[in-house]
Design a protein around this ligand. Structure first.
Ligand SMILES: CC(C)(COP(=O)(O)OP(=O)(O)OC[C@H]1O[C@@H](n2cnc3c(N)ncnc32)[C@H](O)[C@@H]1OP(=O)(O)O)[C@@H](O)C(=O)NCCC(=O)NCCS
Length: 211
């Protein structure tokens, strides 16, 4: 506990449904009408690539206000090597606490813990306006391409951060997100059944959504 009563700790099994609800509340109608991320988290926890040590929640005065999680992933290098990295997210902050610096704090602490575990680099999809403040850059700058993206297409959503200096030096290659991130698209029925366990919420088509 520190001055403003923030604690970042590992998720416990009895936090799970509350964390999924937090993810649902935070992502709802942000990128699409409704959201999938609570189902993705639910599924990824059982994935062999899930990193339990980095399955983190943020509490303020004992209230759950944020979460982040990591998966082991890899870059398929053009020279044939497989470069182990991690990918990250969903990460979120409860709607009432957004844009007050908590997301950056959770992200920076998560990155410190990933570094301490020996993670060399991270790749994922995100907004440079937020992640750029924590040292992320466009993955293209690091020589990494996004799986399936046509050459010349806008790749500014695809970000990278090197945690061990030099880790990606001389590496060129392709990154594909772990399959589990597409759980909701791949298993619509299971997603709908899962989402029905949560309080009803209205799906809205809003400007700025990606999907
Ligand atoms: C994205 C999210 C985790 C950021 O957490 P946060 O606590 O709101 O962000 P912070 O207050 O720490 O932001 C730090 C800086 O990042 C930038 N930033 C944060 N969110 C941003 C956004 N949505 N768009 C543009 N810039 C953003 C801003 O520069 C911000 O500083 P400022 O508020 O002084 O301008 C949070 O808003 C959230 O849960 N959003 C919905 C879910 C989501 O999009 N998750 C990320 C998926 S990749």
């Amino acid at each position: 506990m520190n001055q403003d009563n923030i604690v970042i700790r590992r998720e416990r099994p009895d936090d799970r449904r509350a964390v999924e609800n937090l993810v649902r509340e935070s992502f709802w109608n942000v990128y699409r009408p409704g959201c999938y991320e609570h189902f993705v988290l639910h599924r990824l926890r059982d994935d062999p690539a899930f990193v339990p040590e980095l399955d983190l929640v943020m509490e303020k005065d004992g209230e759950l206000i944020g979460q982040n999680m990591f998966m082991r992933a890899r870059i398929q290098a053009d020279d044939g090597r497989d470069i182990p990295i991690m990918t990250m997210g969903p990460i979120c902050i409860a709607p009432a606490y957004k844009r007050q610096g908590y997301g950056k704090r959770l992200l920076d602490e998560s990155l410190d813990r990933a570094s301490a575990m020996g993670c060399g680099a991270l790749c994922f999809e995100g907004n440079i306006d937020f992640y750029g403040k924590s040292g992320f850059t466009f993955a293209s700058v690091c020589g990494i391409r996004y799986h399936g993206l046509p050459e010349g297409a806008d790749a500014s959503f695809f970000l990278c951060r090197v945690l061990i200096p030099g880790y990606l030096d001389g590496v060129k290659g392709v990154y594909a997100p772990p399959e589990g991130y597409f759980a909701a698209e791949q298993d619509r029925e299971a997603f709908e059944r899962f989402d029905a366990l949560f309080p009803p919420k209205q799906k809205l088509k809003l400007p700025g959504q990606l999907f």
